[in-house]
Design a protein around this ligand. Structure first.
Ligand SMILES: [Zn+2]
Length: 216
């Protein structure tokens, strides 16, 4: 089950704020190779149902994989943006780039949400020496009940949606969450750890990897 710190982190931003017009958005630079752990989106033990790197990339990620809750269908439960800083980064925040509640993006090519819900793209920004640096993004597909709009800034642990119950077989045959991490510069890595706990890392974004690989 979720930990207190997850609850507290979500409560810190009960009302999301809109990103200002500063020029600090993604320009692909990450001079300190700031890096972050992309943690399980679930509150329960999960399993990798289709591993990286061979699972299909459909939203432009460096790689992709499918995850589901172990021993139960993945439908209706909270889906978390849970990304944690790796030193020297000291904090992480997310920015909803697309798929927010004010502009939903269907997860399936046929455009029908009943075929697998929606997809949300969350930019990962790392904090270091007074500056937020965009280091990459994570896409989460097959979600519903999205509670943030495009442009919203969310803390490093925030439940932004629920897992979709909607699967008619058109593009998905069983409940799961499809995840795609991407680095703006260099490459993401993946773990394929399975089963995994709610606090386990599934991938990393940022850093200076010269190719797609398993995380160290
Ligand atoms: Zn998938």
């Amino acid at each position: 089950m979720k930990t207190a710190w997850r609850f507290n982190a979500a409560l810190l931003v009960s009302v999301t704020t809109l990103l200002g017009g500063s020029g600090a958005r993604a320009d692909g630079t990450n001079p300190y190779h700031l890096e972050a752990n992309v943690v399980s989106p679930f509150d329960y033990t999960g399993v990798v149902t289709s591993p990286a790197p061979y699972h299909h990339v459909v939203f432009g990620g460096d790689t992709s994989f499918d995850v589901a809750i172990q021993g139960m269908s993945t439908g209706g439960q909270k889906v978390w943006f849970d990304v944690r800083p790796i030193s020297p980064a000291t904090d992480i925040r997310g920015v909803i780039l697309s798929g927010g509640a004010n502009a939903r993006v269907p997860a399936c090519a046929n455009g029908n949400p009943a075929s697998g819900g929606y997809v949300v793209q969350v930019e990962v920004q790392a904090y270091h020496l007074g500056t937020w640096t965009p280091i990459g993004w994570v896409k989460y597909a097959h979600v519903d009940n999205i509670n943030v709009n495009n442009g919203a800034v969310i803390p490093k642990a925030f439940s932004f949606a629920t897992a979709s119950w909607n699967y008619d077989g058109s593009c998905s045959t069983a409940p799961h969450v499809h995840m795609e991490p991407y680095n703006y510069r260099h490459y993401a890595c993946y773990t394929n750890r399975s089963p995994f706990a709610y606090y386990d890392t599934l991938a990393r974004v940022g850093g200076g990897r010269l190719g797609l690989q398993q995380c160290p």
